[in-house]
Design a protein around this ligand. Structure first.
Ligand SMILES: [Cu+2]
Length: 240
């Protein structure tokens, strides 16, 4: 039997999870917030079903518990309307959750035909290179000096992923977004960052010995600060 001291941290974690609307970090992008919203709906639906099921089981156990050895409870068979009802309710819930998931997926995966910023992301053992082709700016870094990419908030940013060697995965937890960088198979996703800040990113595909050192940072700033950073990069050697 686990002691109260062992259970307390678990209880706190469970409460934090529920209070935080599921266990996902709060996203800082428009697309990530759409996913947060979906998680919230799933969490609330699951919580309501949990309470109803546990409540009914508890009520049934208490109400119909055996009172004596000889007594047999009333035996009830077949109740077509009830059976239809508890067949129909889960079907409706599953179909509704499926429909809102598809709708969220479409929104999150949508690609703009004219993004404001286009970033080419190249993964390599063991680092990342970010190229803003139209701006003639490249930011590169390795495990010893992780690259920092500055991007504007409130603008559509298209990331196109590719790799120079093996499969990597571009993952920014605060975007709630992850895409594989595969040699010869470009992948793309678009985001609009809503909150300024620095967001760490990692490689999320085991790609070799120093995989865990493939870190980078995305710093989201106001558009004017982004323009200033671009000028700074171009005035330097063009490599951040
Ligand atoms: Cu990796």
């Amino acid at each position: 039997m686990p002691s109260a001291a062992t259970l307390r941290p678990l209880g706190i974690a469970a409460f934090a999870c529920l209070a935080g609307g599921g266990c996902a970090p709060q996203a800082v992008t428009e697309q990530g917030r759409r996913i947060n919203g979906l998680y919230d709906i799933f969490s609330v639906t699951a919580a309501v079903i949990f309470v109803i099921v546990v409540g009914l089981i508890t009520w049934s156990l208490l109400r119909y518990r055996s009172k004596s050895e000889e007594e047999i409870p009333a035996q009830t068979r077949d109740n077509v309307p009830l059976e239809l009802l508890w067949f129909a309710i889960p079907q409706i819930i599953v179909v509704a959750l499926f429909a809102i998931t598809v709708s969220a997926q479409e929104d999150v995966g949508a690609q703009s035909s004219a993004p404001n910023v286009e970033v080419r992301v190249e993964g390599f053992q063991w680092g990342w290179r970010f190229t803003l082709e139209s701006e003639s700016v490249t930011v590169s870094g390795t495990s010893d000096a992780p690259p920092k990419l500055v991007l504007p908030v409130g603008r559509t940013i298209a990331f196109s992923m590719t790799s120079n060697d093996v499969n990597h995965s571009f993952y920014v937890p605060k975007f709630l977004m992850k895409r594989d960088a595969i040699p010869g198979e470009p992948n793309r996703f678009d985001v609009t960052i809503e909150e300024p800040g620095t967001y760490p990113g990692v490689c999320a595909e085991f790609c070799g010995l120093l995989h865990e050192t493939m870190n980078f940072n995305i710093q989201a700033v106001q558009p004017a600060a982004y323009e200033a950073w671009l000028n700074e990069q171009r005035a330097g050697n063009g490599n951040g």
